[in-house]
Design a protein around this ligand. Sequence first.
Ligand code: DX5
Ligand code: ZN
Length: 217
Amino acid sequence: MSYLLAPSILSADFANLQRDVEMINGSKADWFHVDIMDGKFVPNISFGFPVIKAIKKHAKKPLDVHLMIVDPDRYLQAFKEAGADILTVHIEACPHLHRTIQAIKALGMQAGVALNPHTPANLLSEIIADIDLVCVMSVNPGFGGQKFIPGIYPKVRQLKEMIAASKSSAKIEIDGGVSLDNATALLQAGADVLVAGNTVFSAKDPVQMIADLKKIQ
Ligand code: DX5
Ligand code: ZN
């Protein structure tokens, strides 16, 4: 079972961002996961457009941008211009989700929808066929390095069934607390993409940790 690994830049060393971006370029990782937090949708502020542009300047792999912000519609074009390849919005922040997804795709990006841990999978039933990615939050969004919430496994399995039944091509991404301990179970439950922040960047040898994670079947 081959899957995609997306190290989360939130856990990088921001004083050595180019070094860390090049480390990921030279590793077996597939995407850059880029967390945008506004201090309103989540209780933390991460970084904005200048930093995304700086990452894009050096990145040789797609930018998977995860928006944890209210009213994301205001900024879709700006995220495209900053370099997003995949743009994910939270269902909890989008009253007109269908319109938002269409706008992301019209800008030439892949469209993702993220679900907070308490948000049920079936809220996606009418939109699953239109999206490229479902991001299942396995921590409450806002911070790196949090403890994985095991209650998300049934949701991953349910999403897998919904995707097959609707002939959707959406990938299932797991975001938060992913490690060597839970990666196998997550892939067996149906995950296609694993995000890993702390596990990669706090490892003694991040390139080796990425290779070890990618070896998991
Ligand atoms: C959490 C972010 C995650 C985070 C993952 O709000 O959306 O992407 O960076 O970090 P770890 O892998 O450390 O839980
Ligand atoms: Zn994220």
